[in-house]
Design a protein around this ligand. Structure first.
Ligand SMILES: Nc1ncnc2c1ncn2[C@@H]1O[C@H](COP(=O)(O)OP(=O)(O)OP(=O)(O)O)[C@@H](O)[C@H]1O
Ligand SMILES: [Mg+2]
Length: 166
């Protein structure tokens, strides 16, 4: 696990943009954290890093929003899904099969419908209202080999070099 710390929303966006530099076609990222933690802020910065020009907004009502960029970005928020089958009905497998990158807010709630191959981004509140602890946890064959590159990409925000494995 790579454990990082940001002290502003812009820093969270910059960290996400740095991670987007490592993105490859077909990548999946799960954005995990309480209401208002900063999942959408992360998605916005990630979009900037992918060269998305449009502003990224919360997809809570649309469920899926797609944006053209260096790689196409699919942004989902599954907070309002009541049942796993609704996630499947969204056409998740089609989204994940293509050449795009997919970010899913609250993705940890639907892991049963997802391949075990993603970067989990866990955003946690800290003592200061502007501070967040952001844990990066590579799961499966796509992201695990990129753990070292991930550490380099986010070096300026690393909080704990010896963070335990996730
Ligand atoms: N270090 C920080 N990183 C990210 N956001 C921060 C930080 N400090 C303060 N904030 C504020 O926290 C809020 C994060 O909101 P955001 O919509 O990104 O959360 P979210 O996790 O997507 O919430 P939801 O669960 O409702 O989708 C914003 O108002 C942002 O300005
Ligand atoms: Mg959000």
């Amino acid at each position: 696990m790579v454990e990082t710390r940001t002290t502003s929303v812009d820093a969270t966006r910059a960290l996400a943009a740095a991670i987007a530099e490592l993105a490859r076609p077909g990548d999946l990222l799960l954005l995990v954290g309480d209401l208002g933690a900063g999942k959408t802020a992360f998605a916005q910065g990630f979009g900037v890093g992918l060269g998305v020009d449009e502003p990224i907004t919360s997809p809570t009502f649309a469920l899926v929003q797609s944006y053209p960029g260096r790689l196409e970005l699919h942004h989902l928020d599954v907070y309002r899904l009541d049942h796993l089958h609704e996630a499947i009905d969204l056409g998740l497998s089609e989204l994940l099969d293509d050449e795009s990158v997919t970010l899913i807010e609250w993705g940890d709630t639907i892991t049963a419908a997802l391949p075990r191959d993603y970067l989990e981004v866990r955003v946690r509140f800290a003592d200061d209202p502007e501070e967040r602890r952001i844990e990066l946890c590579p799961v499966g064959p796509s992201w695990q080999p990129r753990q070292r590159a991930l550490g380099v990409a986010v070096a300026e925000w690393i909080d704990d070099e010896g963070a335990p494995p996730c």
